[in-house]
Design a protein around this ligand. Sequence first.
Ligand code: DC
Length: 240
Amino acid sequence: MPQTPMTIAVDGPSGSGKSSVSRAVARELGLGYLDTGAMYRALAWWCLEQQVDPADAPSVARAATQLPLTISTDPDAEHVRVGEVDVTRAVREDRVTAEVSAVATNLDVRAELRRRQRAIIDELRASTGGVVAEGRDITTVVAPDADLRVLLTASEEARLARRATERHGAADEVTLAATRDLVLRRDRQDSTVSAFLEASDGVITLDTSTLTFEEVVAALLALARGEVRPDAHAGTPHTP
Ligand code: DC
């Protein structure tokens, strides 16, 4: 465990690999892990469950303040609960994925979920060695003072192939086409409220298009341990 609590903020578009990478980095460093996307997904699931129209902004905002959410921050135990219902798998279903951007672009929802995210991060900093928090606005809004801030990017082609393989076990033409809308439309919509397509000042960009999962994890760990310094101008990590 690090001597002082450490916060690592990771943002990136859909298919950049940020969830699995962040989880592995948290595990390796003995930190907590916060998947903020799962929080937006849990709210979208709850709205569908209660037949709240995702386009009805005031009702969705009210649902956000009332959401009885429990989310695991143990990188080895993924679970999300709404009230007594375990929604860990349900929040990954296509019907939730298709609606989540409508919920996540509601500014009152964002204010409420950011408040909860900051409280979880503070709690983890106080009770463990710190946290790896990932999403779309962690490096810029939720934890702009994080010890390490990284934007994971990947080419459109690489992101589509990863998501198609995750959803269908293959990345042939048919599965790529089926995945395209869920990935690209969502990123377009989500990027209207968060800056995750280009790194903001002081945020290190790591392009994962041609890297293996292990290479991305190793790059992040090296940054977290101060073994490499980011290249000031390109924002890409380099060994000194
Ligand atoms: O990372 P993900 O696909 O599980 O995210 C689900 C949705 O939530 C996605 O459409 C973007 C949104 N999101 C967000 O707006 N801000 C975050 N910090 C995390 C996710």
